[in-house]
Ligand binder design. Structure first.
Ligand code: C2O
Length: 351
């Protein structure tokens, strides 16, 4: 059976990995509406972060500033939005019918990873757009194009100190113009990246992409991750992209672990979405889903009803609590967006 929408009244405090206990439950509502597709949606384009113009950046900053300025108990508030990730990732919701700590709704390390994050960004973007209807009613979030050499640094507008898009809890060694390492791991097993040249780093990143998207994920289960159904215990197994480069980008961006740091913000599930860059990181992960499907062979969506019927709850831009299903997330055009067409050099980077 599929994992159905959690019961918000059962949401409880969580103890994140090596962090302090924290309550990241959303405001309660028992009034749930079922998702319906917008009629004739205008299909908008999510742009690469390194390609947007000044006006776009100004509007984006203003949208996030307004989101942060909403009342703390407004489900659209930025911290509330960040808490969604914490609640769905650190076991705040028991699976319907369970009350133990093993049968929780966990959207990582399983086939829920791609659809959950797609829905999450969908509502986050709707809320931002609704907050700047006066400036850009067609606003879309930008994607961090870390799989293209031109996008392999933290996008400049995330790195300005006095911006609503800035976050103090990042690794100082990962600031621009430092190139990202898509193989990054904090455990020291990977050779320290400062010993390699920028050209070598780019090549290594493109090879990671090729391995994870082309040679290493020829079937739906390799790409999406293992089945996770009602009554299963969490973390059955992650798909290729979730494991890398998704994970390394998180850890590379957040503070190094040690002392008071538990990898915050980006490097720990409970805090990751407190960094505005999270949503651009995940937009790029989301972008890889249709790209992967377009590569042919057996690369297609899962046809198991337990996946298709899995559910999540999100508050929308009108503060309505909406129940969504995985099956309604499969076509981004029906949700009203596509990704800007940019060169994909890793398709030619066979290792
Ligand atoms: Cu929900 Cu990038 O993790």
């Amino acid at each position: 059976a599929p994992i159905l929408a959690p019961d918000l009244s059962k949401c409880h405090e969580v103890a994140p990995v090596q962090g302090d206990p924290i309550n990241c439950c959303p405001p309660f509502s028992s009034n749930i509406i079922d998702f319906e597709f917008p009629l004739n949606p205008k299909v908008k384009v999510r742009q690469a972060a390194h390609l947007v113009d000044e006006t776009y950046i100004k509007n984006y900053k203003e949208a996030v500033r307004r989101m942060k300025a909403l009342p703390a108990d407004d489900p659209r508030n930025f911290t509330q939005q960040a808490n969604i990730h914490c609640a769905y990732c650190d076991g705040a919701y028991p699976q319907p019918g369970f009350s133990d700590t093993e049968h929780v709704v966990q959207v990582h390390q399983s086939w829920l990873f791609f659809p959950f994050h797609r829905w999450y960004l969908y509502f986050y973007e709707k809320i931002l757009a609704s907050l700047i209807v006066d400036l850009d009613p067609d606003f879309t979030i930008p994607f961090w194009n870390w799989d293209n050499p031109k996008g392999m640094t933290i996008p400049s507008f995330y790195a300005e100190f006095d911006s609503p898009l800035y976050d103090t809890l990042r690794d100082p060694n990962s600031q621009p113009p430092k190139l990202i390492n898509l193989n990054y791991s904090s455990d020291g097993e990977i050779p320290v990246d400062k010993t390699i040249t920028p050209e070598e780093q780019v090549l290594s990143n493109l090879r990671v992409m090729y391995t994870q998207l082309v040679s290493g994920s020829k079937t739906p289960s390799l790409f999406f991750g293992c089945a996770f159904r009602a009554c299963d215990t969490e973390n059955p197994g992650q798909g290729s992209v979730e494991s890398s480069p998704h994970g390394p980008v998180h850890v590379w961006t957040g503070r190094p672990w040690g002392g008071e740091s538990h990898g915050e913000d980006m490097g720990n599930l409970y805090s990751a979405a407190r960094d505005p860059i999270f949503y651009s990181h995940h937009a790029n992960v989301d972008r890889l889903w249709p790209i992967w499907k377009s590569l042919g062979g057996n690369r297609r969506d899962i046809d198991d009803c337990d996946w298709l019927e899995s559910e999540f709850l999100f508050y929308d831009e009108n503060k309505n609590l909406v129940r969504v299903k995985v099956k309604d997330s499969l076509d981004t055009k029906k949700l009203g967006y596509v990704y800007q067409d940019v060169d994909i050099p890793w398709l030619r980077a066979k290792a």
